[in-house]
Every structure is written in structure tokens, then in C-alpha cells.
Design a binder for this molecule. Structure first.
Ligand code: MHF
Ligand code: KIV
Ligand code: MG
Length: 277
């Protein structure tokens, strides 16, 4: 037995308990390496269905499959040891019925070892959230701009900037919290509406394009690192990875062309000194 205590993962209940406390820090992660770097810095990692757009160049998240989510969920679990890992349920894997949602959520939890799932929708998903939570599945909800509804919304549009829309969005946030969601993502919402919802509901709100008053924040990691080419207005860039990668690749290309790579330290010499013919 190791003398070291095993590191305990952050749980959905830990996140739930942070309502009104220190801000909850989170990012998306899709890979082993990025998960490993973020693991000691963030409270939770979201394996977002945005991976379809970010990793695969898709126009929307609609084509993302359960298999894609499970594969990257496994990678992120292997790369991390303390952050809570939450996996997005992809479009078409949960909307038809609570039973279908449970089958999909069970596959995600069993095959990845993640600690929770996230699904999009407000009042219309409340019964499903309750069904999952009663059966042992921690659920994070997601209201406001719900990208899986992009075809019906007519684009990735911010929500609640007209005060007449507020009552419906407030009812959505309240419904998912009452149904047992342990936290709610508020995406691309008018700032005062996100602040108001944060005061109204009893579970933490996680903002993305929402408000600094939210109980936590999330961004797509590639966006904040400056790796994504196009990003929504709500992204703040904390890095310039595209420039960094371009510069490293150019140096490599120049070395190869100059035959200065591989160098002496990168090649295998003979074990027994023997003049090569
Ligand atoms: N890389 C990436 N980052 C994300 O934040 C993200 C994804 N992908 N994919 C899934 C959803 C889609 N999201 C998006 C995508 C685009 C806009 C966007 O371009 N919005 C415009 C117009 C807003 C409006 O019309 O009100 C903007 O200027 O921000 C917003 C959210 C957020 N999510
Ligand atoms: C942006 C976050 C909230 C998300 O749902 C995703 O990355 O798919
Ligand atoms: Mg998502």
C-alpha cells in the first residue's frame, strides 16, 4: 500500500455545494494532454460536444455521436486525476425520452468513468433530468444559447437581450434546478439576465458569454489559448497558440531543409565502434 492518500476527484456534489462561494473554474478538454495540464488548475473539465467543431471542423455540433463523446471522455479521464470530468450528451442521444437519455447517460458513465453528464434544454428537459437524477446520474443543465438547437434558432445567437424573452429563460433555469440538476450552464445570455438567474436559483450557474456574477465560468480551451481560428465575442484570449505552433513548425521546416535536423543528439550510433563501409 502506498503511504500517499489517493487523490479524491471533485464530485458533482462538491460543485453543487459551491453556490454563492468562490468562483468555480472550468474549461473544456478533449485530449489526454490538455486534460493533464488543466487537471490541477480547474475544478471541472467538460468534454464538450464542441469537439465536433473544434477537433473535426464540423459546422455545428449536430453530427457529434455518442461514440465520439465516449472516446474523448476516456482520453480526458486518463489524463486527469482530481478534476471532476463531465461529458456532454450529444444531439440525438437523449431528447426522445427519459429512458433513451438514461441508456445514453449510463453508457457514458460506464465506459468513461466520468462523474456527470450535461444536456441542453430547459423546461422541456426537466422530466428527463429528474428521471436521470433519481437513478443516480448527476446532471449539469445548459440553457440560453443551446447550440444543438442551432437549426431551429437560425444561428448561434445570443439570448435574452430583449426583456420580453426573460420570463421564458428564467423559467427554464428554475425548471432544471428544481428537477435536480447540480449546476446550470448559462450560455450567451444578456448580462443582467444571467446575474438575475444566478440570484434566483439554488444551484451554481456556470457562465459562458453570460456574467461575472455567475457562480463559475467556462470557456472552450482552444479558444482561450488562441488556437481556434474564429471565436465568439465572449472569448478572452489568454494565449497565442496558433502563432506559437506556426513559429515552431517553420523552425522545423527550415532545419529539415538545411539538414541541421536531426542533429548528433537525435541519431543512433553503432554500439560497437566499427567503421562503416
Ligand atoms: N470553438 C467553439 N467555442 C464555443 O464557445 C462553442 C463552440 N466552438 N461550439 C459550440 C458552441 C457554439 N458556440 C457559439 C458559436 C458562435 C457564436 C457566435 O459567433 N456568436 C456571434 C453572434 C452572436 C449573436 O448573433 O448574437 C458573436 O459575435 O459572438 C456564439 C457561440 C459556443 N460553443
Ligand atoms: C461551451 C460548453 C458549455 C459546451 O457545451 C461545449 O463545449 O460543448
Ligand atoms: Mg456542448
Amino acid at each position: 500500500m502506498s503511504a500517499q492518500k489517493p487523490i479524491r476527484r471533485v464530485t458533482a456534489a462538491d460543485i453543487r455545494a459551491r453556490k454563492g462561494g468562490d468562483p468555480i473554474v472550468s474549461l473544456t478538454a478533449y485530449h489526454h494532454h490538455t486534460a493533464a495540464i488543466a487537471d490541477e488548475i480547474v475544478d471541472f473539465l467538460l468534454v464538450g460536444d464542441s469537439l465536433g467543431m473544434v477537433m473535426h471542423g464540423l459546422e455545428t455540433t449536430i453530427p457529434v455521436t455518442l461514440e465520439m463523446m465516449i472516446l474523448q471522455g476516456q482520453a480526458v479521464m486518463r489524463g486527469s486525476s482530481r478534476a471532476l470530468v463531465i461529458v456532454d450528451m450529444p444531439f440525438g442521444s437523449y431528447e426522445a425520452s427519459p429512458q433513451e437519455a438514461f441508456r445514453s447517460a449510463a453508457r457514458i458513465l460506464k465506459e468513461t468513468g466520468a462523474g456527470a453528464v450535461k444536456l441542453e434544454g430547459g423546461r422541456r428537459m426537466a422530466d428527463t433530468i429528474r428521471f436521470l437524477v433519481e437513478r443516480g446520474v448527476p446532471v449539469m443543465a445548459h440553457v440560453g444559447l443551446t447550440p444543438q438547437s442551432v437549426l431551429a434558432l437560425g444561428g448561434f445567437k445570443s439570448q435574452g437581450r430583449d426583456i420580453n424573452e426573460w420570463a421564458a429563460i428564467e423559467a427554464d433555469a428554475k425548471a432544471v434546478a428544481d428537477a435536480g440538476a447540480f449546476a446550470v450552464v448559462l450560455e450567451a445570455l444578456a448580462e443582467p439576465l444571467a446575474a438575475k438567474i444566478t440570484k434566483q436559483i439554488e444551484v451554481p450557474t456556470i457562465g459562458i458569454g453570460a456574467s461575472a456574477a455567475c457562480d463559475g465560468q467556462i470557456l472552450v480551451m482552444e479558444d482561450m489559448l488562441g488556437l481556434s481560428d474564429r471565436t465568439p465575442k465572449f472569448v478572452k484570449r489568454y494565449g497565442a497558440l496558433r502563432d506559437h505552433i506556426r513559429s515552431a513548425l517553420s523552425s522545423y521546416a527550415a532545419d529539415v531543409r538545411a539538414r541541421s535536423f536531426p542533429g548528433q543528439e537525435h541519431i543512433y550510433e553503432l554500439k560497437t565502434p566499427k567503421a562503416a563501409e
